[in-house]
Design a protein around this ligand. Structure first.
Ligand SMILES: [Zn+2]
Length: 313
């Protein structure tokens, strides 16, 4: 009985949610497609110690899932599709991307991770682990796949908070804030990840986006008289199950127009502090506006010491 209750306490989340022409034949065709591409194109194999890091990162993603109330084991099973590449090879493949890692849904749901920087110098393993954990979070996020009958093609229309190209910025910011959260709260619990923790936490992708999302969470937490963690848990739930609780709260407590505007963000908006400053001003996110202004005046990187609530150093 106790065992049954424990099991029910953490409902297991399926990896894919199929929509569209969901006949058994089409679903089988989809799985056949994504499994038919062997991962032999790996050009670099990481040292055995890093395999331990990867195994521990997966364990800690699972622990994160349970902390939000879900069993992610079915999704974790997909996290072995990692391809370590040189940055040059990755840029040949994705010319428009200058990225630290990439989760490609239209390519067999693989994660590509460059092992060197723009100058061809090998990255620290802590940096690779940081990027990889970010991509792991995209992977364990809600994945809605639309199937199209005749040619057995498919399209992922929603991933976490993103709906195709809508909410791009918010989804990226939430993924990175979650990355920092998992590194801070969970990585010190296991030996291999603990050894990378200090360096991994000092790195951050899309700091402006994370700063903006943090400002939204603070504002909602004030308005609702709820803790920062309570609001963050709502956002984490949306990320994992594809619900809209966080956005609904933003609509009700901040502004419907802001959510509409956020839905329009394009990939090129994500590094633009001035754009975010405009949003913060327009929707009276006062403390965030002040912070962003200061960062722009100082010409420094966004000050993320305000992420004290998740224990950011
Ligand atoms: Zn990302």
């Amino acid at each position: 009985m106790l065992r049954q209750m424990a099991k029910d306490a953490y409902p297991a989340l399926e990896y894919f949610h199929f929509k569209g022409d969901t006949t058994e034949v089409n679903i089988a065709g989809f799985f056949q497609f994504i499994r038919s591409h062997p991962l032999f194109d790996q050009t670099f194999v990481p040292p055995p110690q890093f395999s331990d890091v990867i195994a521990h990162m997966k364990e800690l993603i699972q622990a994160f899932g349970r902390s939000v109330g879900f069993d992610l084991s079915k999704r974790i099973a997909y996290l072995d599709r990692i391809v370590f590449v040189s940055r040059r090879d990755l840029q040949k493949m994705l010319p428009s991307q200058n990225t630290r890692a990439f989760f490609r849904q239209n390519d067999n749901f693989k994660i590509y991770v460059p092992i060197d920087d723009e100058h061809g110098v090998n990255r620290d393993w802590s940096s690779v682990a940081h990027s990889l954990n970010h991509e792991f979070i995209h992977c364990v996020s809600y994945q809605e796949v639309h199937l199209y009958g005749q040619d057995k093609s498919f399209k992922t229309v929603k991933s976490g908070m993103r709906r195709l190209d809508r909410f791009f910025l918010l989804n990226e910011a939430l993924c990175e804030l979650t990355n920092l959260y998992i590194i801070n709260r969970f990585w010190p619990n296991l030996v291999s990840t603990k050894s990378l923790w200090v360096s991994a936490i000092s790195e951050i992708s899309i700091p402006e986006g994370v700063s903006f999302l943090n400002g939204l969470i603070e504002k909602l937490s004030d308005e609702m008289k709820l803790g920062y963690d309570d609001i963050l848990t709502l956002a984490h739930t949306d990320l994992l199950v594809g619900s809209d609780q966080f956005l609904d709260l933003c609509r009700r407590k901040i502004s419907e127009a802001m959510v509409d505007e956020l839905s329009e963000t394009r990939p090129s908006d994500k590094y633009d502090a001035k754009y975010l400053l405009g949003l913060a001003g327009k929707y009276r996110l006062v403390s965030l506006e002040e912070r962003l202004k200061q960062d722009i005046i100082n010409g420094t990187e966004v000050d993320l010491t305000m992420l004290r609530k998740i224990g950011h150093v």
